[in-house]
Design a protein around this ligand. Structure first.
Ligand code: NDP
Length: 359
């Protein structure tokens, strides 16, 4: 990893955000614009460009001039970014474009290539862009968690841990979640190796969020038009809230953080010189499906709360698996003095939206 520098990307600077229409990226752009940055977001189509522009116009009418978009159809080619970087001259790149999907069949084409070649492409293009001082790479707890060691009760994962999965493990994975974890782990290692080999003029920060839950930006162009379009992580919450027969489904990936805190962490990491070359775990705490159900029944309006399965109230799974420690990251990156948002606030804000989205 590169040694610490004095790099900071201050408010007012230009920032390129890849995958701008995504769940985390849209919150991040909103947070960047509120903080006074100028943002160019890349998306795959003009339709998606129009939607994210309308979202930002609705939320921040006074700052519409500070947000523009560009269509990048193939994120695995560095040439896709060259003209954009040349004309926009950003000070930083936030690389969020990568698939987070389990409904895929060709693990190499659908998950590994966009994540891994997508990382090389954006870093290679950045090499030829002297304006760039910092790249923030959105990775995952998947890059940290080592499933081969089991659920490890008593063990505490931190940003010092590494997922051992390799490219070949992703290509021949037994199931999409394993391939996704391999894609994220290999993409992150690819980025650090690139930094080691090329010693570029910019620094790198790796953000590794746990499962990201939370509300969508509340505009007609950012709310999913049907439940089928839910992003992968919020789908886990909906699977609990909408489970039939009062039964709570099994927990998948028992570590979480609120999307608004992940967005703020992206913004905060730009202007903090101390974070240069750091790998940071973004995780509020462990959770289980039963906890989501219990919280939802407590915080949602009673008409909605009564639709949430009861399961076995109060039952928790924390003792059956690993813990996490991201307390240093919370201290460094949380924008509110109380720290990152708790599950009550997250499920209250998300749950109301979820019940309103057409089936
Ligand atoms: P979304 O699915 O909401 O957004 C993903 C973004 O990446 C979209 O803009 C999407 O474009 C783009 N993208 C996906 N696949 C491709 C591809 N093959 N070619 C070009 N663009 C592509 O996901 P999130 O916002 O949840 O995730 C954003 C990042 O955060 C990802 O890197 C993900 O791995 C990471 N992450 C997410 C977590 C979570 O719980 N949500 C947890 C940890 C990490 P389009 O809309 O056109 O498909």
């Amino acid at each position: 990893m590169p040694h610490a520098t004095t790099t900071t990307v201050e408010r007012g600077s230009r920032v390129l955000v890849t995958g701008a229409n995504g769940f985390i990226a849209s919150h991040t752009i909103y947070a960047l614009l509120k903080a006074g940055y100028d943002v160019l977001g890349t998306v795959r189509s003009e339709t998606k460009a129009a939607a994210i522009k309308a979202t930002m116009r609705d939320l921040l009418p006074g700052q519409a001039h500070a947000f523009s978009t560009s269509v990048v159809t193939d994120i695995t080619q560095s040439a896709s970014y060259e003209d954009i970087l040349k004309s926009y001259e950003p000070s930083a790149v936030l690389h969020l474009a990568a698939p987070f999907a389990y409904n895929v069949s060709n693990f190499e084409k659908d998950l590994m290539e966009p994540a891994v070649a997508g990382t090389t492409a954006v870093l290679t293009a950045a090499l030829a862009a002297p304006s760039i001082r910092r790249v923030v790479h959105t990775n995952s707890f998947a890059c940290i968690y080592d499933a081969s060691l089991g659920m490890r009760p008593g063990y505490t994962y931190t940003a010092k841990d590494w997922c051992p999965l390799k490219y070949s493990d992703g290509v021949s994975a037994p199931a999409a979640p394993v391939a996704y974890r391999a894609a994220k782990a290999v993409a992150e290692k690819t980025a650090w190796s690139f930094m080691e080999e090329k010693k570029p003029h910019f620094d790198l920060i790796s953000l590794c969020p746990a499962m990201v839950f939370g509300p969508f930006l509340n505009t007609p162009t950012s709310l999913p038009s049907s439940i089928k379009e839910l992003n992968t992580s919020n789908q886990l919450v909906w699977d609990v809230l909408s489970a039939p027969d009062g039964k709570v489904p099994p927990t998948k990936g028992p570590v979480w953080i609120d999307v608004r805190d992940v967005a703020d962490a992206h913004v905060t990491s730009l202007a903090n010189a101390e974070l240069s070359g750091r790998r940071l775990l973004l995780a509020k705490s462990v959770y289980c499906s039963q906890e989501i159900a219990d919280v939802a029944r407590k915080v949602l309006p009673s008409k909605l709360a009564q639709r949430v399965p009861v399961g076995e109230p109060g039952k928790r799974e924390a003792a059956s698996h690993f813990a996490i420690d991201a307390s240093e990251e919370e201290r460094l990156l949380a924008s509110e003095s109380k720290g990152w948002k708790d599950l009550d606030e997250c499920i209250r804000d998300l749950g109301v939206q979820l019940f309103d989205i057409p089936q």
